[in-house]
Write a protein that binds this ligand. Structure first.
Ligand code: SAM
Length: 347
């Protein structure tokens, strides 16, 4: 994992540059030389991709090919070169073409001021909330979108939502009507839409905490008259124990640890474990270091994430769990693009 020296934990919003600034340096001369070579390689790749996209046939295959080529270039040249190449790619004329995809464009524009907002994730969920944006798309943009949201990362994100729904429903089945759930960085809490425990009123409360007031507003209006309790709060607030929100049978965070340094991730995990009831579970998800869409995301989408390996996940888990009384696990989702850690306390 790249080792950032920053604290991305607060009300503060996520800026890609703050992730990118902290990667391992090479000598300047080496980097400059390699950037030239990598730029030449990119020029060949993008020419082929643009030619393929200029035909109306098999555009999805063309985008799939481009995404895999960018992943390979990123891997081949390493972080120091990639950090210089990604902005070159972003300012290439091809960006205007690829940003006809509404998902790519939303990520690049960052209308909420930071990366990875809940509306961006709604594109991945193909949620009705983004239907208007999609309707405005050009035919080319729609074809590109047809693949970008079905690339391995988005497939894994949809599976993640379903895993969250299942763990909430399983917790309700295990604990009964007193079940209390906490979602940290809840976004629009889309996992609640399919929850049988919620629709059958088998939960005591489902606290949904997020730093974005627009997301909190969306949860408040969608889940009015349910046990869902939106909380306008932040990781920083949790670490400072500012939010007096009680204790829980399940606490989870999806789409958050990807932005947290290991130090903050460990501290947040410790705080979450303190908020669990006996027998309760903490789950966190992170994009894995096997993710396949990283080159496209970091260049055309300007969306950077901290990917974690299995060993990175275990370091967080082991730094927090009491070996004598906790059950711990780290596992991959089906396509290995997202990795999960769980800690069940006092078992
Ligand atoms: C990628 S979205 C994930 C949303 C949802 N959990 C899901 O899986 O669909 C990330 C969310 O994290 C929230 N977030 C980012 N930094 C945060 C912080 N420091 N404290 C609380 N929420 C944060 C953002 O507002 C955004 O809603």
């Amino acid at each position: 994992m790249a080792k950032p020296a920053f604290l991305l934990d607060g009300q503060s919003l996520i800026a890609p540059q703050s992730v990118g600034d902290h990667l391992f340096p090479n000598t300047d001369a080496e980097v400059t030389n390699l950037v030239q070579t990598a730029s030449a390689e990119f020029a060949i790749i993008i020419n082929i991709a643009m030619q393929r996209l200029s035909s109306t046939q098999n555009r999805a295959d063309a985008v799939k090919w481009l995404i895999s080529q960018l992943h390979d270039v990123r891997l081949k040249y390493g972080p120091a070169v990639w950090q210089k190449l990604a902005p070159i790619i972003r300012s290439h004329s091809s960006a205007e073409i690829l940003q006809q995809c509404p998902f790519t464009k939303w990520s690049f524009d960052k209308p909420r001021g930071y990366s990875g907002d809940a509306t961006l994730i709604d594109f991945i969920y193909q949620h009705r909330a983004i239907a208007e944006q999609v309707a405005k798309t050009t035919p080319l943009g729609r074809d590109i979108f047809g693949y970008t949201i079905n690339a391995p990362g988005p497939v894994a994100v949809r599976e993640r939502r379903d895993i969250l729904t299942k763990i909430v429903d399983d917790t309700a089945a295990r604990v009964g009507p007193d079940t209390e759930i906490l979602a940290i960085a809840a976004g629009h809490l889309r996992e609640a839409e399919m929850s049988e425990a919620l629709s059958e009123k088998r939960l005591k409360r489902w606290v949904a905490l997020d730093q974005d007031p627009m997301s909190i507003g969306s949860i408040a209006s969608q889940y009015r008259d349910t046990c869902v309790e939106p909380v306008d709060g932040s990781v920083r607030g949790l670490l400072a124990k500012k939010h007096q929100i009680g204790s829980f049978d399940l606490i989870y965070a999806a789409g958050l640890y990807d932005y947290l340094s290991e130090k903050v991730a460990v501290r947040l995990t410790q705080v979450c474990l303190e908020m669990l009831k006996s027998g309760g579970t903490f789950l966190f998800a992170n994009f894995s270091d096997e993710m396949a869409d990283d080159g496209y995301m970091e260049s055309y989408m300007n969306w950077e994430l901290l990917q974690r390996s299995e060993a990175d996940m275990w370091r967080i888990v082991n730094a927090c769990a009491n070996a004598n009384s906790a059950e711990t696990a780290v596992w991959y989702g089906a396509n290995r693009n997202i990795i999960y850690g769980t800690i069940r306390v006092n078992v």
